[in-house]
Design a protein around this ligand. Structure first.
Ligand SMILES: Cc1cc2nc3c(=O)[nH]c(=O)nc-3n(C[C@H](O)[C@H](O)[C@H](O)COP(=O)(O)O)c2cc1C
Length: 173
């Protein structure tokens, strides 16, 4: 699959098989994330790769609680790659969003399903979320959560893309 095909055919996957994702594939996706452009090349983001089921389930509960919900917001996906970025960098949201884009597109290129799951900011503003980072020696007060990229093998066909709106592009020729 070339890059343009991958960009056009990636879709958000919301049903996953429980099968584990090989570490080698996760590593390739993470590497693609780290090569995203960042403002002034500051590399403000970090990525926390969660394959441990107990921690994945803890984070799912924290995320669901933000919405006052109980369903699994990660749709059963076995892997969560959380992107956070340094609060003291003004381009952090842009930087982290590009990392998220790379992760989503790399996952698709490698035959995996993925989806951006929101509320990463709120997750790490809770003591429970901060504790997950503290276990890695990361001070949550220094980072803003940008997004959760869930990963796994799609359970069923990937959905069709919505039609693109007519007035997406304006040209000045
Ligand atoms: C900033 C952002 C936040 C999102 N949050 C969620 C989410 O919390 N849950 C979810 O199921 N999908 C979420 N999505 C996925 C979008 O719903 C999805 O990208 C959109 O419907 C277009 O579908 P596609 O990704 O298949 O093209 C999010 C996407 C973005 C970019």
């Amino acid at each position: 699959m070339n890059t343009l095909d991958a960009l056009k055919t990636r879709r958000s996957v919301r049903a996953y098989k429980p099968d584990a994702v090989p570490a080698e594939l996760i590593d390739r996706i993470l590497e693609a994330g780290t090569f995203a452009p960042t403002g002034m090349g500051r590399q403000s983001p970090i990525i926390v790769a969660i394959t441990n089921k107990e921690v994945r389930d803890r984070l799912a509960k924290i995320n669901a609680a933000v919405m006052d919900a109980e369903d699994d917001p990660f749709y059963g996906a076995p892997v969560v790659l959380v992107v956070l970025a340094r609060k003291d960098v003004p381009t952090r949201v842009y930087d982290g969003s590009l990392v998220m884009g790379n992760l989503l597109n790399a996952a698709h290129e490698l035959g995996l399903g993925s989806c951006w799951i929101h509320r990463a900011k709120e997750e790490f503003e809770t003591p429970e979320g901060a504790a997950i980072l503290a276990e890695l020696g990361i001070d949550a007060s220094e980072y803003e959560g940008i997004g959760n990229c869930i990963l796994g093998y799609a359970d069923g066909p990937e959905p069709e893309a919505a039609p693109r709106k007519d007035d997406y592009v304006y040209r000045i020729v």
